[in-house]
Design a protein around this ligand. Structure first.
Ligand code: FES
Length: 180
């Protein structure tokens, strides 16, 4: 068997789910299924691979670059592998005016990474993102992991240290929004 023949495609893994997603849209509008397909493709690996991007484009009769642009636009889609928990700190202007940059720097320093990097144990990736719609509650961030998405508002670097400890011990035990 050649390496190419061994590649497992999305269609191999998720045939039924793909069909269910596509059925939600009229055939001439099937490109509208791009986001649920990306979400599905990302679920297992935690990011969307180049081959998955090509396959989604092929399924929807659109260009791969269109899929890439959607992956790049949304903070919940990833083109690269990351940690088990993605700590996404808003550093957009209103949050920056409330100290988000310094906060992000401190969080990174405590975890021993730079923005965009993952801790050596593969647990945490720290990222700077654009507005998360909690501008008056900075410093704020969201954590994305296999449990979903959790918001943390009015946080300090010490709060993050406590959270990191909790996530290392009980990664599934998160509230939806936490205010400091
Ligand atoms: S600018 Fe940070 S949440 Fe809006």
């Amino acid at each position: 068997m050649t390496p190419k023949e061994m590649v497992v495609t999305l269609r191999d893994r998720y045939a039924d789910e793909i069909e269910t997603i596509l059925e939600r849209y009229p055939a001439e509008q099937k490109r509208s299924a791009v986001m649920p397909l990306i979400f599905m493709a990302q679920r297992e690996e935690g990011y969307i691979t180049g081959s998955a991007i090509d396959e989604i484009a092929e399924l929807l009769d659109i260009a791969s670059t269109q899929v890439v642009s959607i992956v790049g636009f949304y903070t919940l889609f990833y083109a690269n592998p990351g940690g088990m928990h993605r700590i996404q700190i808003c550093t957009d202007l209103p949050c920056a005016l409330r100290g988000a940059d310094e906060f992000a720097e401190q969080v990174c320093e405590n975890l021993g990474v730079k923005l965009g990097e993952t801790t050596d144990d593969g647990q945490f990736t720290v990222e700077a993102v654009m507005c998360l719609a909690a501008c008056d509650k900075a410093p704020m961030f969201q954590v994305q992991n296999s449990s979903g998405l959790t918001y943390y508002e009015c946080q300090s670097a010490d709060d993050v240290n406590v959270l990191v400890k909790e996530l290392r011990t009980s990664p599934d035990d998160l509230d939806e929004t936490v205010s400091g």
